[in-house]
Design a protein around this ligand. Structure first.
Ligand code: EPU
Length: 345
């Protein structure tokens, strides 16, 4: 039996269970992909050649504006394996369809350090490099070794090194030049066997102190991050959301200094060069938009940067709310917020 016979093509398939915002949208065609062979077969099948394709992982960073025309490929390639080790490191290769947090737990349990600060980030391993996921002082790129991907157009399998991925803040080549051109199937990370914990993020330090932990292990860090995230970010199973809806904007030092004179409280994190990253959550809260509800959508009461679906919100309704927030921030601060979630189509 060939691999494709195990795949089932579904038509007019609801995507509601496949996006954490819980928006109703239908895929014209939908296939769940479990292996690289299956993916290559679909991509090289003449029947699907000229059809638009949309790739879906955990659906935790997408907003479906509308129904999706063409073929939705749901990537569910599983498996976590240690592929190499030396005195100091282990290399772990994971399928793109593995839940990111399951990979974190797998590594934390074995004492392999490097991704504990990224605990509980929703989504799958395959989506992680696309936006170089980051939280609490760490980023995927810090432990990234390589990834394997299939070229959408040809079905050819290729490996990308760290340099080739061109990681940036919530950014990589897969959001730019190669957008839509490759489908990630596996990701290999280099983790430390003698981890040094990263407590640079203020909230982690504070929470560890509260718990009386003085010499934290990676497990302590993971538990602390889980704790902080649960207290600030809504659980998508209880309240639809896609984490941060906007990116934290980066402004010139000059612009920041101007704002600081007017708003002495404004937080800012200087980056390399004369630029400063400003927390969008603060800007939104300052405009009075934190915790507001419009129809079925709103901003989260504990974190203004998170847009939530209070039940039954459509993609359009959520986008309209996002536009209102964006306009309010622009009017007050002259800063243009950009979405962090992918808006489809
Ligand atoms: N703030 C407010 N009001 C708010 C929210 C935030 O004033 O309603 C201010 C506070 O000053 C706070 C600062 O913003 O100190 C930063 O807030 P937070 O620590 O919650 O982090 P963030 O910058 O809003 C980023 C990531 C999150 C990640 C956290 C923790 C982006 C777009 N978001 O949020 O990532 O979990 O840091 O590291 O960079 C995601 O990408 O989906 C995501 C949740």
């Amino acid at each position: 039996m060939s691999d494709t016979t195990l795949m089932q093509l579904k038509e007019n398939h609801s995507l509601k269970p496949y996006n954490t915002l819980g928006v109703e949208a239908k895929a014209e065609q939908f296939i769940s992909i479990g292996t690289v062979d299956q993916l290559v077969q679909v991509l090289t099948d003449p029947n699907f050649r000229d059809i638009d394709k949309c790739v879906l992982g955990g659906g935790s960073n997408v907003l479906f504006r509308d129904d999706v025309k063409g073929l939705v490929l749901h990537i569910s390639i599983k498996g976590i394996h240690k592929v190499r080790e030396d005195k100091n490191h282990v290399w772990v290769r994971s399928g793109a369809g593995v839940i990111w947090h399951d990979l974190v737990l797998h590594c934390v349990e074995r004492g392999w350090g490097g991704i504990e600060n990224l605990s509980l980030i929703p989504g799958t391993v395959g989506a992680a490099p696309i936006q170089n996921i980051g939280a609490y002082g760490a980023e995927l790129k810090d432990v990234f070794e390589s990834l394997e991907a299939v070229e959408t157009e040809t079905g050819e399998v290729r490996t990308f090194t760290y340099d080739e991925c061109r990681f940036g803040y919530r950014d990589s080549i897969f959001k730019n030049e190669l957008k839509g051109k490759y489908i990630i199937t596996h990701c290999t990370l280099r983790l430390s066997r003698h981890p040094e914990v990263n407590t640079s993020y203020g909230a982690i330090q504070a929470r560890l102190e509260e718990r009386g932990v003085t010499d934290p292990t990676i497990r302590d860090i993971s538990e602390t991050v889980i704790d902080i995230r649960r207290s600030k970010l809504p659980d998508p199973d209880a309240l639809g959301n896609a984490g941060s809806f906007f990116k934290n904007p980066v402004v010139s030092k000059e612009k920041y200094d101007q704002l600081k004179r007017r708003y002495p409280e404004i937080p800012g994190y200087p980056l390399e060069g004369p630029v400063v990253k400003v927390p969008a959550g603060w800007l939104i809260e300052e405009t009075g938009w934190k915790g507001k509800v419009v129809g079925n959508a709103g901003t989260y009461h504990n974190q203004a940067l998170v847009i939530v679906n209070h039940g039954g919100a459509t993609g359009t309704e959520i986008l309209q709310l996002a536009e209102k927030v964006k306009t309010a921030v622009h009017e007050r601060f002259g800063i243009e917020l950009e979405p962090e979630v992918n808006i489809i189509p």
